[in-house]
Design a protein around this ligand. Structure first.
Ligand SMILES: [Fe+2]
Length: 172
């Protein structure tokens, strides 16, 4: 049994096709009508999944279930100095221990309802579509349940290359 594509014009999102045919690098939009002989696009490095912390800093179980990839920022395919944006992925039943950083942070969960905690507040379930703001220097933590968490993040201010610090009681 196959899945047949919907033929309606109103209820379904349309396909945008491959991103490389749709979007120009930031600040290099094509002129109206398109260029007769467009210059070759700069080849962007691929997204890389990374971890802020290393073995010995946090639990091995956390490192097996955590990663992020930066799309826009100092180390990203689209370079930026004052803002960083990417995706965080946490596996099921994973606790991201309390940590803090100078940059203020905005999260937008895209998939998976996790519990989030910051400052003196209690834990709160945050479903996809919720906007979560962490002010500079305020400790915060996340705990997933049965679902993994995929969230868009934005960092701005502070020193974007300065990594987050685990709260002392969570340092290994
Ligand atoms: Fe954070």
């Amino acid at each position: 049994m196959g899945i047949s594509p919907c033929k309606c014009a109103n209820c379904c999102a349309r396909s945008l096709g491959p991103p490389s045919r749709r979007f120009s690098p930031i600040g290099r939009s094509a002129p109206p009508g398109g260029a007769a002989n467009p210059a070759p696009r700069p080849r962007r490095p691929p997204l890389r999944w990374r971890q802020t912390y290393g073995a010995g800093e946090v639990a091995e179980e956390f490192l097996r279930n955590y990663g992020y990839t930066e799309v826009l920022g100092p180390q990203a395919p689209w370079p930026a100095e004052r803002i960083s944006c990417g995706f965080l992925l946490l596996g099921p039943s994973t606790r991201y221990p309390p940590h803090r950083h100078l940059a203020e942070e905005i999260y937008l969960p895209l998939s998976g309802t996790a519990h989030w905690q910051q400052g003196a507040r209690g834990w709160e379930a945050q479903p996809p579509g919720t906007v979560i703001h962490h002010e500079s220097g305020v400790p915060h933590a996340m705990q997933t349940g049965s679902q993994p968490l995929l969230a868009l993040y934005v960092w701005r201010g502070g020193h974007l290359d300065q990594k987050a610090r685990m709260e002392r009681e969570h340092v290994r």
